[in-house]
Design a binder for this molecule. Sequence first.
Ligand code: HAM
Length: 430
Amino acid sequence: MASFQTVKGFRDFFPQECALRNYITETWRSVARRYGFVEYEAPLLEETNLYRKKSGDEITNQLFCFRDKAEREISLRPEVTPSLARMVAEKQRDFKKPIKWFQIGPCFRYEVPQKGRGREFIQFNADILGDSSSAPSAELIALAIDVLREFGICTPEDFIIRLSNREIWNIFLADKKIAEEHTTTFLSIIDKIERASAEETEKKLSVIGLTLAEVRDFMASTNENHPAFAELRENLTARGLWKFVEIDATIVRGLAYYTGVVFEVFDKKHGLRALAGGGSYDKLCALISDGTVDLPAAGFAMGDVVLGILLEQTPSAQMKLTSAYLAASSIDAFVVVADEAQRPHALAAIQALRAAGIRADYSFGPQKVGKQFQAAEDRKARFAIVFGAEYPEVVIKNLLARSQSAVPVDGLVAEVQKLLAEPAIGPLIA
Ligand code: HAM
């Protein structure tokens, strides 16, 4: 074993993990663009104060924070939303509203590493700023659904959007004449209600003058007919997506800045932790800019860790995943130098193939022809191109179809391009 190991909760990305990461991030990027979102990026380090109060206790307790050489308090970003609010508040006049932006990059939280949770993970953030209607929330929920469908996680039997609205709890608390100062405590009790014991919850609720029974009654009576969900329901029904949504009043989200709509995305078959979460946060820009910029906003983030576990476990997602793994490590052509006298010609051809965008590789030094063919198979090359004594004629062997043809070297690139455009037929695809 090596004497050094990764820092607890951090990951090595060997080629297989890199292939998974790239497949995930490329899919996120392509679906976000299809929805008209534009990519941005924020710094990995921010002043710790950006997260204090704005994100809430749960995240500030998980900060990777330190003092830099000038004694500034700095944190690795645990999420991107406060940075986004800071950036938009600073330059919002430069951008037409609504702003539809997405971001993909690592985040860091000092959590207890466990299944689905690490200390470093990659997030995909999608946010819409500058429109106060419910249309942005509908657009974001549709995007979250389409991202999962793009991965091959397709039906309401596979995953569900659990939707709620913090406003309904505000109304509940006002009806019960509970002072506003208790709202944060109350929401954190609701956030944990499914994990905590009934006695524990009852005790905490009694401190602010409520009983578990009245809270449970209210939750049971909250369904999709509640007026708080009417617009979202109409919008998502028109898109044929309401079937993915379930109203769940226990969803309030751990982060402090949410103001209205809140949602989380869960798989339905494997009992994994949340795949994604988000909601509207209409006051965060004002809070971060000391009231100078007041922009309504909504967004969500999806992490790569739970998603990666789910992709590996979902049969309908595996075909795309397998071809992503294959594409990441395979090549188009392996050049076999059967006659060492031809190596300079082979090198020239390899460069010409690569210049034409063909993924080509070869053995660095003299090797038995059989070994070179084995290397071609190991690299999952579609073609082996043999440079032998017949040069300037070269032989193209189709390693999948087990057929071959001979071409003059001048026509090699064009011929390989033509062959690559044909569908691959052979045992790898069967
Ligand atoms: P969040 O629910 O804290 O929301 O995180 C979103 C997603 O990031 C989670 O559903 C999960 O997939 C992933 N995630 C969070 N922590 C970890 C971890 N320790 N290990 C692995 N994955 C993790 C936010 O971060 C909000 N800023 C989302 C947002 C964007 N709201 C508005 N815009």
